[in-house]
Design a binder for this molecule. Structure first.
Ligand SMILES: [Zn+2]
Length: 492
């Protein structure tokens, strides 16, 4: 995605503003919306004209947000600005002093600080209550998982995250329920299942191999609820199965592809330092994904996996625990993006009860290297997007539960060494970029004319205190596609 100049600030003229009757209808509509109805999105009237930036017409969705401090996602903050929303998009960004008088009659929200909605670029909507992967095939059947996730997606949106990229879980199906209006939640861009080799990070070592393959393999050899490619993990071996895995996932509705290019921590028996999948297998995943307009996210800890994933053309490197200067240079050369997932490392180490002893030992070991890798990448100028790797579906009182993504912004500063504005850019403008340039990335993550009206407000300036993001209570307002989902007078 190319860098855009922020704040075009096209000042609307007053010459053809619609009638007072239209303004009254608009006010009445917004008043209804702010009473808390989530169900009126489909009953919006047709647009009355061009976006406000090019033509100053309004309709019943037009609304203003005045803010003391606008943090645009990319570029410098600005004081005393007004953002105008219409039909789910940002249609104007201008100094509050330049708002023409007729627009001052429109529904207006005043907030101290306004930002683009946040992106968590690495989640797992699994509906599980532990990190033991065997739970996915034994005690958390899909319906139970879905019921738990329905709370998680609500909590994610209320914490200010208007978009997530999910890298293995049931997010494709859940996003359908959100889009239908059955659930309140963020925009979801999901990989569906994460692709693993047999004896890889996505294999489940405490269950018999035949059972795991029958549930999670790419061949529909046995009738069961998971096969093929409908669960959170997908086993594939050899280039033909890897190609089929990608095709099954695009068929399911994946917006990106996730592959395990090294061993992992939460799997029981593999080594995070070892590469997984051959270069040929990784290449066919990238090629097949690209043919379908998708880019590939690569889970990798060890250097061999990082280098192989980059040489194969993977677009994002997840975790990157053993990254060195050579890896960082190759990430830059390839135009790839690093997602450090600091939250799982920093918070996970306090919760051995959620994982097997083998996994906990690996977590302690990898945690020794992760912070240095993150700092190295930031210092080297690698493009960074923020992701947490959260995937526990217990209520948000648990620090590892979905809905606690805000800490990642604070850790980007304290642990990654980013400055606060760069950390906010990594959690906003950089978010859509993880979906690549092949057609899956939305126009969002920045307060710019023509972008999705996904916005959040805070009562205080996060540039002075990044810990504000840790507590969802500090997120006073959440708009998704121009609809107000959270405000101080609206139940969360
Ligand atoms: Zn993950």
């Amino acid at each position: 995605m190319t860098r855009r100049k922020i704040i075009p600030a096209t000042t609307p003229s007053t010459s053809s503003v619609d009638t007072d009757a239209t303004l009254e209808r608009t006010q009445a509509n917004l008043a209804r919306q702010q009473e808390g109805s989530y169900q009126d999105a489909t009953s919006r009237p047709p647009s009355l004209g061009q976006p406000l930036a090019s033509s100053p017409q309004v309709n019943q969705t037009t609304q203003l947000i005045n803010t003391e401090l606008l943090i645009p996602g990319r570029g410098e903050p600005q004081n005393r600005m007004t953002v105008i929303l219409q039909d789910g998009k940002i249609t104007s960004v201008l100094p509050t002093s330049s708002v023409p008088p007729p627009f001052k009659k429109l529904p207006t929200t005043n907030v101290p600080v306004l930002l683009p909605g946040l992106w968590d670029c690495h989640t797992h909507l699994l509906g599980a209550t532990s990190f033991n992967f065997s739970e996915l095939l034994t005690t958390s059947p899909p319906a139970l998982a879905g019921a738990r996730i329905s709370r998680n997606v609500h909590d994610i949106l209320m914490s200010g995250f208007t978009s997530i990229r999910d890298l293995g879980g049931y997010a494709i199906e859940v996003s359908q329920a959100i889009e239908e209006g059955s659930l309140v939640g963020p925009n979801i861009y999901s990989a569906g299942a994460a692709i693993s080799q047999t004896s890889g990070h996505g294999d489940i070592y405490d269950l018999p191999s035949g059972f795991v393959t029958s549930c999670l393999g790419v061949r529909d050899t046995q009738a069961n609820a998971f096969a093929p490619a409908t669960g959170p993990l997908l086993l594939a071996d050899g280039v033909d199965e890897c190609r089929r895995a990608v095709r099954l996932l695009t068929r399911r509705g994946a917006k990106c592809i996730k592959v395990f290019a090294s061993g992992g921590v939460l799997s029981i028996a593999d080594d995070p330092q070892r590469q997984q999948f051959s270069l040929d297998e990784l290449r066919v995943v990238v090629e097949e994904a690209a043919r379908a307009g998708r880019v590939v996210a690569a889970h990798c800890h060890g250097k061999a996996g990082i280098m192989a994933a980059l040489h194969a053309g993977c677009h994002t490197i997840e975790h990157g625990t053993y990254m060195d200067a050579e890896c960082a240079e190759l990430i830059k050369e390839k135009g790839a993006i690093y997602v450090a997932t600091r939250t799982i490392v920093k918070v996970g180490i306090d919760h051995p009860e959620l994982m097997s002893p083998e996994s906990y030992r690996k977590m302690v070991e990898t945690a020794k290297y992760h912070r240095a890798a993150y700092r190295l990448a930031v210092k080297a100028g690698v493009k960074i997007a923020l992701g947490t790797d959260l995937g526990i579906s217990t209520p948000t009182t648990h620090p590892l539960a979905l809905g606690n993504s805000g800490g990642e912004l604070a850790y980007a500063v304290t642990d990654g060494g980013m400055d606060p504005l760069a950390a906010i850019e990594a959690a906003t403008a950089r978010g859509p970029e993880v979906l690549g340039h092949l057609g899956m990335a939305p126009k969002s993550g920045q307060i710019v004319v023509g972008y999705d009206a996904d916005l959040i407000a805070l009562a205080a300036n996060p540039l002075a205190d990044m810990d504000l993001f840790k507590n969802p209570k500090n997120i006073t307002h959440v708009w998704k596609a121009g609809r107000l989902f959270k405000s101080p007078t609206q139940a969360a």
